[in-house]
Design a protein around this ligand. Structure first.
Ligand code: B12
Length: 212
């Protein structure tokens, strides 16, 4: 089975759409859980993409192919990851902040929250502070989740919280933030309520925030 996980990582790295679907299905059929496929196969592959991108060994078109591959595999995992524990934990509005197009991590968090019984309203990518505010007013969620993968877009999180404060709705919703450059210190700085480093932790934190 460990060889299978290695092949999954290689397929993400190589952006091989056909391979990834086949391998993901094979791993699941072979008894691997969706979480194992994710943690031992797909995410290590994406980590390597990040490393190679950083040192200039991979470029945007290739990273996009890897992202597409990852998304295709996640589609296969979604029904398993999002198999709800029963629901009724309340609504979460989630999105990637303005100027930021990274959505893989945000989608993963959304899937896991759904699996944990939250109703998820996903606003997608490049979400303006005003759009988050409108969604909070419209859906009255218990939680607002914001994702940012770029140091240059992190400030949009603080601006969104400011918009909630200005509109007098900040106290109605707990704000949870995440994404690779986000830290616990940053949470305090922007007056958010919590930070989680990965999708599993996001579920724990979300449950704690809603008093579960
Ligand atoms: C894939 C990718 C892309 C893809 C995105 C495709 C897509 N559909 O998402 C594309 C090619 C479009 C892209 C573009 C760019 N990218 Co890019 N990208 C990445 C890469 C390689 C992987 C990100 C990823 O999907 N990781 C896998 C997921 C599962 O992890 P994650 O996102 O961290 O999410 C987890 C946690 O952070 C957390 N989490 C995430 N969101 C949330 C939200 C909440 C509420 C919570 C609680 C938790 C949480 O839980 C998630 C699941 O466990 C990273 C490298 C890296 N190390 O992150 C660079 C990276 C983020 N990109 C980077 C850069 C520079 C860019 C570009 C500016 C490049 C350019 N010159 O154009 C553009 C910007 C485009 C834009 N405006 O957004 C830099 C950012 C540097 C920085 N610190 O600012 C990185 C770090 C690469 C690098 N090392 O240089 N990128």
């Amino acid at each position: 089975m460990s060889e299978m996980y290695g092949q999954l990582s290689v397929a993400v790295l190589g952006g091989s759409l056909k391979e990834i679907k086949k391998l993901t299905q094979m791993a699941l059929d072979g008894g691997a859980s969706a979480q194992q496929v994710l943690d031992l196969g797909l995410l290590p592959g994406m980590d390597e993409v990040g490393k190679r991108f950083k040192v200039g060994e991979m470029f945007i078109p290739e990273v996009l192919l890897s992202a597409r591959t990852m998304t295709a595999a996640m589609e296969l995992l979604k029904p398993l990851l999002a198999k709800s524990e029963g629901g009724g934990r309340g609504t979460v509005v989630i999105g990637t902040v303005q100027g930021d197009l990274h959505n893989i991590g945000k989608n993963l968090v959304a899937m896991m929250l759904e699996g944990a019984g939250f109703t998820v309203v996903d606003l997608g990518i490049d979400v303006k502070p005003q759009a988050f505010l409108n969604a909070v007013k419209q859906h009255k969620p218990k939680l607002l989740g914001m994702s940012a993968l770029l140091t240059t877009t992190m400030p949009r999180m603080g601006e969104t919280i400011h918009a909630l404060e200005e509109a007098g709705v900040r106290a109605q919703v707990k704000v949870m933030v995440g994404g690779a450059p986000v830290t616990a210190d940053f949470v305090a700085k922007i007056r958010a309520d919590a930070y989680a480093a990965n999708a599993g932790a996001a579920v724990e934190v979300a449950r704690a925030l809603v008093g579960d």
